[in-house]
Design a binder for this molecule. Sequence first.
Ligand code: AMP
Ligand code: TRP
Length: 332
Amino acid sequence: MQRIFSGIQPSGVPTLGNYLGAIRNWVALQTDHECLWCVVDLHAITVWQDPAQLRRQTREMAATLIACGIDPARHILFPQSAVPAHARLAWIFNCVARLGWLNRMTQFKDKAGKDREAASAGLYVYPNLMAADIHAYHATRVPVGDDQKQHLELANDIAQKFNHDYEVSYFPVIEPLILGPAARVMSLRDGSRKMSKSDPSDQSRINLNDDADTIALKIRRAKTDPEPLPDDPAALDARPEARNLVGIYAALSGQTAAQVLAIHGGQGFGAFKQALTDLLVGCIEPIGQQAQRLLTDTAALDAILRDGAARARAIAEPIVDEAERLVGFLKV
Ligand code: AMP
Ligand code: TRP
């Protein structure tokens, strides 16, 4: 059985984009893989996080993942900082990866923005830590959104250079799993931007803890155009906001865009938005309510994560111990 690893940052409440682009696929992968699901708090602090809020968001993320169907008993769910092997291997990888490789990473350029001098050193070496997350478990399959593909290529380059430099074949090749046609959910305010938990406008996204009234209001206010919905999906190409709403409807109902338009084509947005709201509320509201229940007992939730971390450590520690031996550390 192949081992899967994926991570998600506790940098906000997870959104509908996270659900359709990542979490829903993770849940499906659990049936025939051994899975590790990591709330990556070490990655989160590459940009400033308020400590109390980081703690709260780490629990919220874990509770939401469980509410979505992540199974912490049959698989492993844990906070990254609870397994020191990640940081140990990341240091070795900092010394394997070349500056030239990191300089090509587009996410660093995006996140650092214009004032690169002011970005943290952690943000720069972030991809090395991500490589360590995966290789610390000898995981071979990694479900991510397409924005993370470049980081996985780097993780393979690092593994290859490590194996070459130390004359071993210790770290396996990892395969990105870029899943689903609905892999990209766009902002409700701007059809050209990704829906993101860090967007300053809460109206731009559906949070997985939004209640029915909030969801209804956000969909009612979602940007559209004055035309009714077309019958032909090709006609959506020039209408990014309409395409996004049809795409969300299709993903949630398990249909293609063509099937959605066969029913809703010709309708104005008033009627379609009502149908979309009903679908969203039916799917999202139970997740938010279940997460809320889990968050009322933080001791029980922390116990689940502590158990996950212990099982993660049991896998990662021997793998990273051996990597340190290969490097030549005197393991006294
Ligand atoms: P992030 O929210 O950037 O920490 O991403 C966590 C996971 O959710 C990654 O696998 C992303 O590719 C995925 N993801 C984030 N936002 C979206 C979106 N708007 N549409 C689809 N997938 C997304
Ligand atoms: N960088 C990923 C993101 O922002 C999160 C992440 C960290 C991750 N470590 C990982 C994803 C390891 C897959 C595997 O979405």
